[in-house]
Design a protein around this ligand. Structure first.
Ligand code: ME8
Length: 536
């Protein structure tokens, strides 16, 4: 019996990382969340039940320190910053189904119970930790992991800390994970990220310190009795009060949010998660620590862990200190939400790092959006108004030339080509495929020259051509809606179609479903010309 059958899974479940609230959202957070939104919307559009989860990571020293600096309590800071995230997601049209904050009770109670389950399995023990701690990364490093005595991740200063700590027996799962990854080569994508993880698993894994005594902004370790066991099974009395390490806490959101331990129905419908979409910076937490935690209590593993690349500003890492961080709001103000969504998904090969620049944004806006797509829609509707008073004509097959059927077949093939590309997160290639149809449609109009057919009174042929172009535009609205939901809806309405694109019938995907007689509405250009001024 497959895990799916056992788990009655009926829903496509997709997650983003839970973003830290020590800083306001930036373009990198937007990038990951937009990508998840595109896939969630695509899946819904193809008739799947979807559960899309995002949220915020609100505990730990990083947040505690940021709150100290801003003169707030950590909770006040979290309450303030979480609104910035929610506000940006609303602006960006992110269609999440649930937003979880790690300070919510539904989460905290699962974390405490899960900790106890792992302890009862014998996978948590009390010990003492000594190591080099990087506070911004909330990570301990061994001496040998340091680079020039600094944090190997962020290159900042580290401090030698020693504290009583509970440990998770990560080392116990090393061999199992190694084998799992070898047996399931598509489990971590892209492939080169999988190879990085395999490399890590070939080195000895240390057990993981999963509690802190120095930072109290976290979920307290639950009552485990007066005495707890150490690594060798001896009983000890803890000397300090312990709080759960922010990563052990935050990773559990993926199951706490879907009612693990409280509502078996909801959980079993969604788990195992179809994909954890995360950045390359945190893939190790998702592909090693998280699966080991799940294995410890016997929960099936996620189906896919996808580590996307980083956005660079003109080839460099974005940072506050360099002053080159691009604010999503600034892009939205100039180009609009859908142009930003399109640009991020089209410009960067998904999985790889990629640069963005104002120049590249302008180029894509002008050529792909305003010229290719905007003009196709506008000129097609203008021709329909001129030749058929804006009403979709009936297309008689007997007047259909080979060039016309080749075109409709091309449009149908585009729909089919998209499925595997989205499935494998080749989102830039999916857009590329859609644009091949846009270009093909523009070429088709040029080749069939409706103005000449009109001039020579070839009305039946003209009807075939106009119907085909409009039907291709209807397909384009459908295909583009995950990427550019507002634009696609405007296209839909311009074509005279009613209802929301988020609620379409399966038959909408069939060629020839544009009703004859529909009255189109040309309206304003969907991508108006903008003032070009590269430097902002
Ligand atoms: O790591 N380009 O939160 P975080 C692309 N709380 N994506 C970027 C990026 C960039 N320049 N910068 C950040 C945490 N990201 C933890 C996660 S999950 C249980 C806990 C994206 O606020 C990318 O997806 O630092 C990265 O993995 C994530 O933001 C990190 O967000």
């Amino acid at each position: 019996m497959s895990v799916e059958t056992l788990y009655k899974k009926s829903t496509y479940y997709i997650t983003t990382p839970l973003y830290y609230v020590n800083d306001v959202p930036h373009i990198g957070h937007a990038y990951c969340t937009i990508a998840a939104d595109v896939v969630a919307r695509y899946k819904r559009l193809r008739g799947n039940k979807v559960h899309f989860l995002t949220g915020t990571d609100e505990h730990g020293q990083k947040i505690e320190k940021a709150a100290e600096t801003s003169g707030e309590t950590p909770k006040q800071l979290a309450d303030r910053v979480v609104e910035r995230f929610k506000g940006l997601w609303q602006t960006l049209n992110i269609s999440y189904d649930d937003f979880i904050r790690t300070t919510e009770e539904r989460h905290a109670s699962v974390v405490a119970q899960f900790f106890k389950l792992v302890y009862n399995k014998g996978d948590i023990y009390l010990g003492e930790y000594e190591g080099w701690y990087c506070q911004p990364c909330e990570t301990y490093y061994s001496e040998t992991q340091l680079v020039n005595k600094k944090c190997p991740g962020c290159k900042r200063e580290v401090a030698l800390l020693k504290e009583e700590s509970y440990f998770f027996r990560l080392s116990r799962y090393q061999e199992l994970l190694l084998k799992y990854i070898q047996d399931n080569p598509q489990w971590i994508l892209p492939e080169f990220r999988k190879n990085e993880i395999l490399g890590m698993l070939r080195e000895p894994l240390s057990d993981l310190s999963i509690t802190r005594t120095s930072c109290q902004w976290g979920i307290p370790v639950p009552d485990l009795g007066a005495q707890v066991h150490d690594k060798d099974g001896n009983w000890l009395t803890p000397k300090k009060t312990h709080y759960i390490y922010v990563w052990f806490d935050a990773l559990l959101n993926y199951i706490s949010a879907i009612n693990y331990l409280s509502d078996a129905g909801g959980f079993l419908e969604r788990w195992p998660v179809d994909v954890h979409l995360v950045g390359k910076d945190i893939i190790k937490f998702h592909a090693i620590i998280w699966p080991a935690m799940l294995l410890s209590v016997g929960i099936p593993l996620p189906k896919l862990i996808y580590g996307h690349g980083f956005i660079l500003a003109d080839g460099e890492k974005m940072s506050k200190s360099k002053g080159n961080a691009i604010d999503p709001q600034a892009i939205i103000e100039r180009f609009g939400v859908d142009a930003l969504r399109f640009f991020l998904m089209r410009e960067i090969s998904f999985g790889q790092d990629g640069s963005i620049s104002w120049q590249a944004l302008e180029n894509r806006y002008q050529s792909n959006l305003a010229n290719d797509l905007g003009n196709l829609l506008h000129r097609s509707l203008a021709m329909l108004e001129k030749y058929f008073q804006g009403k979709v004509p009936a297309s008689d097959e007997s007047h259909c030339q080979p060039v016309d059927s080749a075109f409709s077949q091309f449009a149908v093939a585009t729909v089919e080509a998209l499925e595997p590309l989205v499935q494998q997160f080749k989102l830039h290639l999916a857009l590329d495929e859609i644009w091949k149809l846009v270009s093909r449609a523009n070429r088709y109009v040029d080749e069939r020259a409706p103005w000449t057919l009109f001039k020579h009174g070839k009305t039946d042929e003209l009807a075939v051509v106009m119907y085909n172009v409009l039907e291709a535009l209807r397909f384009l609205a459908l295909l583009l809606s995950p990427f550019m939901p507002t634009t696609a809806q405007r296209m839909w309405e311009a074509l005279g179609l009613t209802g929301s694109l988020t609620d379409i019938k399966k038959t909408s995907w069939e060629w020839g479903k544009l009703p004859v007689g529909t009255q189109v509405q040309k309206g304003e250009p969907i991508f108006p010309k903008i003032e070009l001024a590269t430097a902002v």
